[in-house]
Design a protein around this ligand. Structure first.
Ligand code: NAP
Length: 313
């Protein structure tokens, strides 16, 4: 072990993911002078950075763009010495110390790891979805909304994301058909009333998308009414799917304890089943999925990692 230490650098804290959880963990670890290394993954700022406007993160009474908030998180963490590597984790070995993290570009060793790799959008799994992704099927209104200027788009889902993004898409599209499988929305009251007041949004309730049609681009969806089983073809230029998220935890399978939905199990200190490994944000949060909650979990994870390191000395 002593010889190994001479040969390779061993980090104190490596943070996997650069969303609100990862970047807040980086801020706290940096301020504790642990010079954390953040492996950003593909989406700097995380899912939040794909949100047009965030209105419920405290401190921004007028709201703030998701990408702008992510950038502020990054600047604040870097100001105190966090280092960001724009790289993607491909493999982790959490079975022995130091922990080993493999990325596209390097192999890193660390005494602690903070997992903050977030969640990915759930797919509808209907015919046409996969083939037409990027050709009219999208999971990100901020990224792709502009392509649907003066067009008719379908939004699938009944939660906060679907309603928020349906409203955002009315900036571009002439008409937004919001398709939800039940007769009541899951989304919060404010978003529901904004949707009701928006004359560009048509709500199609008790309905599910059975198929997305088109050859090189989307031209229609087949909808089924869940009570009558009647099928309807609805012409549309785009389909935006917001039916929830699933944690991005495949690489930790068999190494960290996960719950039945695949979220990393953590205690109130964000400790996982492996000493020295902590998790925060949507990788470990099946319930709240709020930027402020992820940031709070990130702070706890970093403080706990610092205390763990002290206990090793
Ligand atoms: P969500 O709350 O889990 O809602 C998913 C929606 O998709 C539900 O309406 C669900 O229907 C529907 N759905 C699920 N599977 C489906 C399927 N196979 N076919 C058709 N519909 C399906 O997900 P989310 O909207 O992405 O929100 C995730 C979390 O982030 C929530 O906690 C939410 O509050 C939070 N969030 C908050 C804000 C905000 O505060 N402004 C913004 C975005 C997200 P059922 O209702 O029938 O289950």
């Amino acid at each position: 072990m002593e010889k190994m230490k001479e040969e390779r650098k061993i980090e104190s804290v490596v943070i996997l993911g650069a969303g609100p959880a990862g970047l807040t963990a980086a801020l706290y670890a940096a301020r504790a002078e642990l010079t954390p290394l953040v492996i950003t993954g593909m989406q700097l700022g995380g899912q939040a950075s794909l949100t047009h406007q965030i209105e419920n993160y405290p401190g921004f009474p007028e709201g703030i763009g998701g990408a702008d908030l992510g950038d502020l998180f990054k600047q604040q963490a870097e100001r105190f010495g966090a280092r960001l590597a724009f790289d993607v984790v491909t493999e982790v070995d959490l079975s022995q110390l130091p922990f080993r993290i493999k990325t596209y570009g390097q192999e890193i060793f660390s005494k602690t790891v903070i997992v903050a790799t977030g969640a990915d959008p759930v797919h509808l799994s209907v015919p046409g979805e996969k083939e037409l992704t990027g050709k009219g099927v999208s999971y990100c209104a901020t990224c792709d909304g502009y392509f649907f200027k003066n067009k008719h788009v379908v939004v699938v889902g009944g939660g906060d994301s679907a309603l928020e993004e349906a409203i955002f898409l009315t900036k571009f599209a002439d008409k937004v058909s919001l398709i939800h499988r039940r007769d009541t929305f899951r989304a919060g009251a404010i978003l529901q009333s904004r949707v009701r007041e928006n004359h560009k949004i048509e709500c199609i309730m008790d309905s599910v998308v059975k198929e997305i049609k088109g050859i090189d681009k989307v031209n229609a969806v087949i909808i089924q009414h869940v009570k009558t089983a009647a099928l309807t073809e609805l012409p549309a230029d785009g389909v935006f799917i917001f039916i929830g998220h699933a944690p991005n935890n495949g690489i930790y399978q068999g190494q960290l304890a996960l719950d039945e939905k695949g979220y990393i199990r953590v205690d109130e200190k964000m400790k996982t089943s492996v000493d020295g490994v902590f998790a925060c944000g949507e990788a470990a949060d099946a319930n709240f999925k709020q930027v402020v909650v992820s940031a709070g979990m990130g702070a706890i994870a970093a403080i706990s990692a610092g205390r763990y390191l002290e206990s090793l000395e």
